[in-house]
Write a protein that binds this ligand. Sequence first.
Ligand code: DQA
Length: 147
Amino acid sequence: MTSILILNGPNLNLLGQRQPEVYGTTTLAGIETACRARATELGLGLDFHQSNSEGALVDLIHGAQGVHDGIVINAGAYTHTSIALMDALSSVALPAVELHLSNIHAREEFRHRSYIARVALGVICGFGPTGYLLAIDALEAHLGRVR
Ligand code: DQA
């Protein structure tokens, strides 16, 4: 069975209460439920994780090798800072979709740079929680083409 890993970085555990004017009111648990429903519809396996720690996210990316076929990653603020996450994604050579709830390009200048984008298949941002479903669909379409 084709399987994907969805990774969430720092502060995304606080979705629902964190800056609702930017990130909305849906919790991460709510997003996970919607992702699981979509994966079931598409016949995909799914793992879903959140960590506030950069090293833990690196370990989760390494652990995807040989287990998952692709990764959806909302790396939160590490998107804009983490060469380690970029290198981890390159090292496992799994197709990855970069995802953000907010439109990072319409926000502060420091959010316009993404290390993840350099190694990602593509980037989805600005569609709120729906973006997770779009990312699953995009990855599934890509895997269908390359399989
Ligand atoms: C985010 C955007 C990042 O700039 C920010 O640091 C986050 C959330 C998003 O989903 O919109 O933590 O990744």
